[in-house]
Design a protein around this ligand. Structure first.
Ligand code: TEU
Length: 579
């Protein structure tokens, strides 16, 4: 199989495209996307101009969480095809100079994984591969048992991210096992050295097949402590736990080091100290290329799936400022506004109605002109929107259905109707509706019955229409990607924000040696004048408009005239300053 040659740090210059195979393209008519479906669209990806594909899990799985519950790390899910299909996909990507990174899901396995099945025997060496614990006397503790023997409560009060307790009782073993996600996703015990070795071997096995890196699922959860620290030194028991850096360094030494891979660790939780971030990705850190933090994803939603908050643009900008500066000289940012776990960015941060096209392009401009590596989630390049979900039956995601159903059952919410609007805006299912290829039936995604509803707006939002229209979001994304290839400053320039306190506008410069960019973004439905004369000296040279989302072509202006610019609703402009 043809491998790709990489320079070190090649991933800094790259643009990543995320494929959620279940919803990408179905070629065998079963209503579920497949690997041949991705192969069929390789020229499309090539035309867009991306450098890397991140493939969500394609391994054998009972699909309790769409492939994030893996039953065998070394085989391909039947619905998606065969290992030969996967190899053909890798070849097809590499022939086009596109790298492939695979999803590494090793905080947990499926409860149908052979390791877990074996572990249910307390005598087996596998027993210690998971978090099996005895229950406690329910009278002694203040948390409830929802299952298990009379009078027994789970070992502690941890809750699952998908609602309910994080412990499940197993009748056969007469013990409880930990599952931070669904009960069909038991957590692996990374304390056990055999677990770590087995995971590292498996990673090595995929690397030998020729892949170019990994996206590491919830990797900051793999180190856990059960005890409470006396002085609250451990605010949580599993976020960035005590041995996390040791484990990742060990993984680095065992498999990653010296391979010029793209590695991106998903790090869930609230605000992360920049020091911790640098420990993961900095020069003297654990060796990861990048992390996905969640800070900008938490500003407009409450803790629960049925809670939403108004987004404050100044707070949103402040999060980006913190990360842009925090990793400017040590480490590297990842840049994303949506993925398979998040609502569609144009519906969330833009205006998916009157200014859908403009705001989709503006958000793209932001992602492609900040410092870091941009990640495009499938359909983002078409300006795909959220889905008009109505009843709870319309949803399929465990992270939507379970928490809402639990909250209805125990009376924390009155009815689904009371929360329907907020759930509609927050649900992960928004991202999972099929890719819109054409105006045809089922958006050209499948000839069968799609596993998930197709958005009715595919009649006007689809890849075929976008490719034909020179002013489309698709062609604008191509131009954004080209910009990155043409100007080093886009990749390496230092970021300076000019409008931190403005509620609707965001202007910044990027500077790299004698190259400078000036970016102006209007995050609102009205025209506004942007005045940055106080905050920046734009010099007295020329300014060239490299890209604008109102169909502007290269235009020149006097740089100092930019100190006061009139911006139309959701207008985005990128200038090069010549001084
Ligand atoms: O996501 C981790 C994660 O934190 C999400 O579950 C997130 O909390 C939620 O989507 C916000 O609403 C990763 C995967 O990306 C996700 O698809 C998996 O379900 C999860 O891990 C478990 O593997």
């Amino acid at each position: 199989m043809a491998g790709l040659e990489h320079d070190s740090d090649w991933w800094k210059e790259a643009v990543v495209y995320q494929v959620y195979p279940r919803s990408f393209n179905d070629t065998d008519g079963d209503g579920v996307g497949d690997l041949q479906g991705v192969i069929e669209k390789l020229d499309y990806l090539d035309e867009l101009g991306v450098d890397v594909v991140w493939l969500n899990p394609v391994y054998e799985s009972p699909n309790a969480d769409n492939g994030y519950d893996i039953a065998d790390y070394r085989s391909i899910m039947d619905e998606f095809g065969t290992m030969a299909d996967w190899e053909a996909l890798l070849d097809g990507l590499h022939e086009r100079g596109i790298a492939l990174i695979m999803d590494l899901v090793v905080n947990h396995t499926s409860d149908e994984h052979e390791w877990f099945l074996q572990s249910r025997d307390p005598e087996s060496e596998y027993h210690d591969w998971y978090w099996w614990r005895e229950g406690v006397d329910a009278d002694e503790v203040d948390w409830d048992a929802e299952e298990g023997p009379e009078g027994e409560a789970p070992p502690n009060d941890w809750g699952s991210f998908f609602g309910g307790p994080a412990w499940a009782y197993d009748e056969e073993t007469e013990e409880w096992y930990l599952h931070l996600f669904d009960r069909k996703q038991p957590d692996l015990n990374w304390e056990n050295t055999d677990v770590r070795e087995e995971v590292f071997d498996m990673m090595q096995w995929w690397l030998e097949k020729g892949i170019d890196g990994f996206r590491m699922d919830v990797i900051n959860l793999i180190s856990k402590v059960e005890e409470d620290a006396p002085d609250d030194a451990i605010p949580e028991h599993y976020f960035n736990g005590p041995r996390i850096h040791e484990y990742i360094q060990e993984m680095n030494e065992a498999v990653l080091e010296g391979e010029d891979l793209l590695t991106v660790g998903e790090m869930i939780g609230d605000e992360m100290a920049m020091e911790t971030a640098r420990q993961y990705v900095g020069e003297n850190g654990d060796g990861l290329s990048m992390i996905f933090h969640f800070e900008h994803m938490l500003l407009d939603r409450g803790h629960n799936i049925w809670e939403r908050e108004e987004l404050d643009l100044t707070e949103f900008k402040a999060v980006f400022d913190r990360w842009q500066h925090g990793l400017a000289d040590d480490g590297w940012n990842s840049l994303y506004l949506n993925n398979h776990d998040q609502p569609r960015m144009v519906s969330r941060f833009g205006n998916d109605d009157e200014y859908r096209r403009e705001s989709a392009k503006l958000l793209g401009t932001l992602l492609h002109t900040l410092q870091g590596t941009p990640y495009i989630y499938q359909g983002e390049e078409l300006g795909m929107t959220n889905y008009p979900f109505e009843s709870l039956d319309d949803y399929q995601d465990v992270d939507t259905v379970n928490p809402v159903q639990n909250a209805i059952d125990d009376g924390r919410i009155d009815s689904f109707a009371a929360v329907a609007d907020d759930v509609r805006q927050n649900s992960r299912d928004n991202a999972r509706t099929p890719m819109q290829w054409s105006a045809d039936e089922h958006a050209g995604f499948t000839d069968g019955e799609p596993w998930m509803q197709v958005n009715p707006n595919h009649e006007h939002i689809n890849a075929e229409a976008e490719r034909e229209d020179p002013d489309s979001v698709f062609h604008y994304y191509r131009a954004l990607i080209d910009l990155r290839k043409e100007h080093d400053v886009v990749v390496y320039g230092e970021y300076d924000q000019l409008t931190p306190d403005h509620e609707e506008l965001w202007a910044y410069t990027r500077t790299h040696g004698d190259q400078q960019l000036f970016v102006a973004l209007n995050f609102s439905d009205s025209s506004t004048t942007m005045d940055v004369s106080e905050s920046v000296d734009l010099g007295d040279g020329e300014a060239t408009l490299l890209l604008g989302n109102y169909g502007q072509r290269e235009e020149s202006a006097a740089a100092d005239a930019l100190a006061s610019v009139d911006l139309r609703p959701w207008e985005a402009r990128v200038y090069r300053l010549e001084n």
